[in-house]
Design a protein around this ligand. Structure first.
Ligand code: IVH
Length: 701
């Protein structure tokens, strides 16, 4: 057991901690070092040694804790003491003026005083101090609950582990601010990452957010992060003024770094003037900002203005416009996505925009290229807003160089050579290769194995690319045959018995799924997880989904024969079948119909089911399902029930309701103004029932 520390040792440790933190503050917050690096190191080492000899002396707020704690495997959640709100945005002076006008009107004040601040472009952090000591740090998360990143936050050198001044033991103070990485340090970090063979960060914001969310805080400790405090959250037993400008001064005295560019300004004129000055200064600042924030300075006025949804009505962010630069469009590549879409990607002469070097930009599709009238060799304007992929805004000059070349969508897929189809009205060129195309296959497999689909742990991009290249996977069903290659897989470089068995186990586990996940995993164009959920919810079985899909084109044909106006056709279509689902419009319905009509897709589905993929089957009703196998069509207005209600009753008894009358239909339930379906039923000799007759069948009497 370690020795008990003497009183002298304890006193010395406390004194060292205090003094090191004071030097930290002088260096990191005030930018005015008070001692030499060597002297600082000597103090630091003395404290490290003392704590090593007497672990009891190691306090959570010790400066030695700034080097990181042992890595964890996941972040736990923390509920913020007070919710972290977001900010309403505006993009021009008019919008800003409207914001000010409405506040002035509501508060009945001629000229309002705002606290004007830079809007930092980093990652929000909420610090919770109990008794003046940092207890926890959490990311913003959804505003109510964030991720606990306390050991990481402790490594940020300008973030006080203990507040200056006296605090009651149970007092609570939440301090909010932004974690950022200064531009100069970001460039150095990226250069180092590239040298060591790692991927650089796209911009300082990603670098800050990524560093803050490291599971190994020792890595965070090596990242040059800074914390800028901009606000206060929950406070218990801590006296603090309600005026924002004074709160920020107080934060400075408590030991935080607060932006030196904060001002109190009068009225919207003061805001606009501040914004213009910050826009001019922006390029010189070492910390990235993406706009200015204006907050009502006065606490009583803020209380009166209140909140809407997740944002206060007393504050607004005036964002800088997305930066635009000019460069040369050097060439165009074509990328093939999961659904075969062939997307043109512009290759640019590299250019710096918004803090990153850009060499690719999206051109979307052929129509966009035509609309923007750009050719290879043109000078083009590039815009980058936030994190989105940079895009080509248009040509930079009316004049174009003599030797430009038109951008041609290739007739053959660059990945597999299959024909590229440009029919259809969506302007998208598509490779017709399906799963024969390695690009589509890779993307389809990635989608199939992804978390919200079949959720196969360990089958990610890297494995899929390699397995496709080696012909181990040529369709999603092949995933369930991988076990046959266990020995060969174990021999692969970078694999071993354990990792292969884990992968095979994950594949096995994925066989127990849900209908919704399975439908989503199939990668039907336009069918995201929400649509897959509603299909599963509505149709209950894969067969019923398939029937509805295959019936859709017939339904469209019938409806257009029966109704002359577009409106009447739309109304009729949305009454039954696929289109009756709230999130399925014409385009989605067509994609679902096309998918099930394609024999290749049917084969993949059959193989997957044969491999043993299962999901819980819908419960057969207690009524015994006496209507099992019986199919109804409902048409016209019923006297007491809606169509949906009757359908629910029929389903509960095990029966099915179809949208169109055919020879396979057992009964047609006829209401008022029934029209053509009734005629068709009559001509096919199908039994017709009224509502009461249908209910009698349902109730088994
Ligand atoms: S105040 C109730 N002040 O912007 C007001 N936020 O869109 C809440 N941000 O996630 C925020 N600089 O992380 C405020 N000077 C500043 C800010 C700032 C950057 C971020 C913040 C928040 C986001 C809101």
């Amino acid at each position: 057991m370690a020795d008990q520390p003497s009183v002298a040792a304890a006193d010395r440790a406390a004194e060292l901690a205090r003094s090191i933190e004071a030097h930290n503050r002088a260096y990191y917050v005030d930018d005015e070092p008070t001692i030499s690096d060597a002297e600082y190191d000597a103090l630091f080492r003395e404290l490290v040694d003392l704590e090593a000899n007497y672990p009891a002396l190691k306090r959570v707020d010790s400066p030695t804790q700034r080097v990181g704690a042992p890595p964890s495997t996941a972040f736990s959640s923390i509920t913020h003491g007070q919710a972290m709100f977001s900010l309403a945005n505006c993009f021009n002076d008019d919008e800003l003026t409207r914001f000010d006008d409405s506040l002035r009107r509501e508060l009945g004040v001629e000229t309002l005083t705002y606290n004007a601040e830079p809007k930092f472009d980093g990652s929000a952090l909420n610090l919770r101090y109990v008794g003046g000591v940092l207890e926890s740090a959490a990311t913003r998360g959804d505003g109510t609950v964030g991720e606990a990143v306390t050991p990481n936050a402790r490594t940020i050198r300008n973030l006080p582990l203990r507040l200056a001044g006296e605090f009651a033991a149970d007092s609570v103070l939440e301090v909010r601010g932004e974690v950022v990485m200064p531009r100069s340090r970001f460039e150095r970090l990226n250069a180092g990452l590239v040298d060591s063979g790692n991927k650089p960060f796209a911009n300082p914001r990603n670098a800050a957010a990524g560093s803050l969310r490291q599971l190994d805080s020792a890595i965070t400790a090596e990242r040059p992060l800074m914390f800028y405090a901009y606000g206060i959250g929950q406070r218990i037993d801590v006296a603090i003024t309600d005026r924002i400008s004074e709160q920020l001064e107080r934060l400075d005295r408590l030991g935080f770094t607060v932006s030196p560019h904060i001002e109190r300004v009068q009225g919207v004129a003061g805001c606009i003037d501040y914004y213009q000055r910050m826009a001019e200064r922006r390029p010189e600042l070492d910390v990235e900002i993406d706009g200015c924030v204006f907050k009502l300075d006065d606490g009583a006025q803020r209380a009166e203005a209140g909140f809407v949804a997740r944002a206060p009505r007393w504050a607004i962010a005036r964002k800088f416009p997305a930066e635009e630069v000019v460069t040369t469009l050097a060439d165009v590549d074509f990328q093939v996505g999961r659904t075969g879409a062939v997307t043109p990607v512009a290759k640019l002469v590299p250019v710096a925009v918004g803090g990153v070097t850009v060499s690719n930009a999206s051109l979307h599709n052929a129509d966009e290229i035509a609309r923007k009238d750009v050719r290879i060799g043109d000078q083009v304007r590039i815009r980058r807003a936030g994190d989105v992929i940079p895009e080509i805004v248009g040509r930079a000059a009316a004049e174009r160089p003599a030797d430009t070349r038109a951008i041609e969508i290739p007739a053959a897929c660059p990945e597999c050579g299959s024909a590229v189809d440009r029919v259809g009205d969506d302007a998208i060129a598509r490779c017709t290769g399906g799963l024969v195309c390695p690009a589509q296959l890779r993307e389809a497999l990635k989608h199939f194995a992804s978390k919200s689909a079949m959720d196969i742990d360990g089958l990610g991009e890297r494995q899929i690319v390699a397995f496709v290249a080696d012909n181990l996977l040529a369709s999603p069903a092949d995933i369930y045959r991988l076990y046959q290659y266990r020995d060969a897989l174990i021999e692969r470089p970078g694999y071993g018995e354990k990792s292969v068995d884990n992968l095979l186990a994950a594949i096995e586990t994925s066989k127990n799924t849900t209908l919704a996940r399975f439908l989503y995993a199939l990668g039907i164009r336009e069918v995201g997880s929400v649509t897959a959920d509603s299909l599963a919810e509505r149709y209950k079985t894969l067969d019923a989904v398939r029937m509805a899909a295959l019936d859709y084109p017939d339904q469209v044909a019938r409806v257009s024969a029966e109704h002359s106006t577009k409106k009447a056709q739309e109304d009729a279509l949305s009454e039954t079948g696929l289109r009756a689902l709230p999130d399925i419009g014409p385009r989605v319905a067509e994609c679902i119909a096309e998918f099930f009509a394609e024999p290749q897709n049917q084969r993949v589905i059959d193989e997957l089911l044969a491999a043993g993929i299962v999901w819980p089957q819908p419960e057969v009703s207690v009524a015994g399902g006496e209507l099992a196998g019986v199919t109804f069509v409902i048409t016209g207005r019923l006297p007491t029930l809606t169509k949906d209600e009757l359908e629910a009753r029929i389903n509960a008894a095990g029966g099915r309701v179809a949208s169109n009358v055919s020879k396979k239909i057992d009964y047609v339930v006829v209401g008022e103004d029934a029209g053509s379906k009734q005629e068709r039923a009559a001509s096919l000799g199908i039994t017709q029932l009224n509502e009461a007759g249908a209910l009698a069948l349902v109730d088994g009497s």
